[in-house]
Design a protein around this ligand. Sequence first.
Ligand code: 5GP
Length: 355
Amino acid sequence: MRIDNDVKLDFKDVLIRPKRSDMKSRNDVQLERTFGFLHSKHKWTGIPVVAANMDSSGSFEMAEKLSKYKMITALSKYYSLDELKNFFKKFNKPDYVAFSMGIRNGDIEKLDGIIKAKLQNKFRFVCMDVPNGYLEEFVNYVGEVRKKLPNHIIIAGNVVTNEMTEQLLLNGADIVKVGIGSGSACTTRLKTGVGYPQLSAVIECADAAHGISSHHNTCGLIMSDGGAVHPSCVAKAFAGGADFLMSGSLFSGYEESGGETVIKEGVKYKEYYGSSSEKAQTKNYGSVKSYRASEGRSLLIPHKGSVEKFVLDLLGSLRSTATYIGARRLKEFSRRATFIKVNRQLNDSLEKFEA
Ligand code: 5GP
């Protein structure tokens, strides 16, 4: 047994120090980024924020809405082949949508079905994720999908440490998804004791990914996944070195979020549930298998109307962070930011006031 004595940080453990800036208006801030990739030859331009591939955030309706803002939706893994085919036939913004898959029976067949229907160019990203990206089977699987789709942008995860970030990148991933136990609907830390504070995971994995470069001058990238509960968390993830940010909870509770609408004592709610919650496993597989524990929970989120209002608030908040730290572009966040470690209790109490 070994103890790692370094203090690891979550978004709540830090604030960003303001810096002198000569910027005149928030309007001057460029939030779009353009990326080249380690394996895929595509160049991608957009706002690198992604709605998670959960039933209650990665919906077709979310993709229609977010693509207007050049943001990505990772479609739920649980859409059927027919549902996906119908959607891809109509949807014409491949840069802003990801096909999602795990390593269960049927996932690769679904991808083969899409390829057979010649619809693979209707999405630029493939989001391959499993709760535990440390499995050798998963690493090999990423290599297999890379062979099938040599020019797609492959996102693979989830992991939280540098050595696995490197391994996934070397095995065919362009973007490594970082986060274990950080999700708002996730109970992995409570059930298994496994996890890693999200901001430190981002800082360490970004450092590893950015150190791997290709001969055409591109490098590995990372996507922070989970644990963002306010626009400030998104800013902190980018300041910590995340290239992309995925969130489920920030995109939950809206008209466009999947998940059922529930009326309780006259109040309208939307369901938000973890992909490994009893609700999701029962809905998508018929039951929770006896050898598995559910590592997710279900929440009811007060209905918040259309997601567009949130998108504008998020973009405005990021522009404001940029002006506080003197960053003209989102790309400059990590170079300009200095984090201050703060008393988490103070941050928690501020949140109560905000709510
Ligand atoms: P959030 O944005 O809600 O904090 O986190 C979203 C992320 O939580 C997802 O992208 C996914 O990686 C993770 N997640 C979603 N459902 C579950 C679950 O049931 N169990 C676990 N362990 N993680 C989940």
